[in-house]
Write a protein that binds this ligand. Structure first.
Ligand SMILES: [Zn+2]
Length: 430
């Protein structure tokens, strides 16, 4: 489908004011024209942006999307209580069908809030793949081993099966994969080896939770002769391939240097880190090391919403308050993290409104009171805007949200009904 956007403020972070006024044309999944003049040609649809903002969709670099089903579970309790008394018992009874509807609900929230691509780490891959395919969403799916249930469990066989499920049931132009190790405290040597083997054989990047809590770092150094999680990951050869590290809250200089040496990316998840009282990631220090920093929402059981505007606000403001310095980590840098850096981290050709890039685009309303005056657009986007300011979302040239209407292959009311029914059932069983 050929679409022309006209009368738009087009986000361009390379320009001083961060945008220009003009037109963007797309041809299916490819942006075909970006400029100040209206291009000639026939279009299936012309969208008059009426002076609102056209920008790349957000890339959510770390998510456990079906956790939408667990929104609000054991809130305001310790991480241990939240996980062992809240999350895990409910997850134990989730079926693939439950995960399908949880994934659908999460993608509805993504579409509503302008997130066009996400990194998925969960279980129930049949459910995830079915939902992602039906909605036509862009995602990178992390292949992680299931909980070991028997002594003759073969991790390599398990993850190879998952690889085949994803490969055979999704569209490779929208979905790519990573070999996903949960964390150093939950993955043993045999599983690390299997994940590295799969990554090498299938030419996959790697993803892992790193130094999310002080407990994780303390336990790791105690168990592994003083090695921190990044040092241990380096030792097992984890950084020999492109790697995305989630959280990275408790990182010293040497830890950051390891990531810098190998060109690893970081996905910072500020809402989750402050809600679970894990800490504040050292974003300014990461910038000084030249790391590619992306932003993730994490799951809705620890966030509890999937809104990159909220995450951007927190990345900037937490960095400032933690250093008592309001000049560090500015709005332009944070917008780059939420778009282009995320795309780099996930290996997708998105994150920018530029010719040849994927048509992952959103329209943001600039006419609400909190967005006026519009003299500093980049500041307004990071410090004033919210997900509900998005009124149009397109993934790979396909509209997934348009002014209150969802186009995800399932009716939005049905998604809500299913999610509520599933949650009730899971809580009754527990
Ligand atoms: Zn996580």
């Amino acid at each position: 489908m050929k679409v022309l956007f006209k009368n738009a403020k087009v986000l361009d972070l390379k320009r001083e004011q961060g945008y220009f006024c003009g037109c963007v044309a797309v041809d299916g999944n490819t942006i075909s024209y970006v400029g100040t003049k209206e291009p000639a040609g026939e279009f299936n649809r012309i969208i008059d942006a009426k002076g609102n903002l056209l920008m790349p969709g957000f890339v959510n670099a770390h998510a456990h999307t079906p956790m939408t089903l667990l929104r609000g579970v054991k809130d305001d309790s310790s991480l241990h209580e939240w996980l062992f008394d809240g999350v895990l018992p409910l997850e134990a009874n989730m079926t693939n069908d439950d995960i399908y509807w949880g994934q659908m609900l999460g993608m509805a929230e993504y579409a509503r809030n302008g997130i066009t691509c996400f990194e998925e780490c969960y279980f129930g891959y049949e459910g995830i793949c079915k939902a992602v395919s039906k909605a036509g969403y862009r995602a990178r799916i992390g292949i992680g081993p299931v909980v070991q249930t028997s002594n003759d469990y073969d991790c390599y066989e398990d993850i190879t099966n998952i690889y085949n499920i994803i490969k055979n049931s999704t569209d490779s132009s929208l979905v790519n994969m990573a070999s996903y190790a949960h964390a150093v405290y939950s993955i043993d040597e045999q599983k690390f080896e299997a994940l590295l083997r799969l990554a090498k054989e299938k030419n996959l990047p790697l993803s892992v939770h790193v130094s999310e809590t002080l407990k994780e770092v303390g336990d790791c150094t105690q168990k592994h002769k003083g090695l921190t999680p990044p040092a241990l990951l380096e030792q097992v050869g984890f950084f020999d391939r492109p790697c995305l590290c989630y959280h990275c809250v408790h990182m010293d200089k040497d830890d950051l240097q390891i990531l810098a040496d190998y060109g690893a990316s970081v996905a910072t998840c500020p809402s989750s880190n402050i809600k679970l009282a894990s800490g504040i990631a050292p974003i300014f220090a990461m910038q000084n090391k030249g790391l590619n920093i992306a932003i993730g929402t994490d799951g809705t059981a620890s966030n509890n919403s999937l809104d990159m505007f909220k995450e951007m606000f927190l990345v900037a403001t937490l960095s400032k308050v933690s250093l008592y310095n309001p000049s560090v980590v500015n709005a332009r840098q944070v917008l780059e993290m939420a778009t282009l850096n995320g795309a780099k981290a996930l290996g997708v050709n998105s994150g920018e409104v530029a010719v040849g890039k994927n048509t992952d685009l959103i329209l943001v309303k600039l006419t609400e009171p909190h967005m006026q005056p519009c003299s500093n657009l980049l500041s307004n986007l990071v410090y004033s805007a919210k997900g509900s300011d998005v009124y149009f979302t397109m993934v790979g040239g396909k509209v997934v949200y348009d002014n209150g209407e969802y186009f995800l292959g399932e009716d939005i009311q049905t998604i809500y009904e299913k999610a509520n029914k599933i949650r009730n059932r899971l809580e009754q069983k527990n």
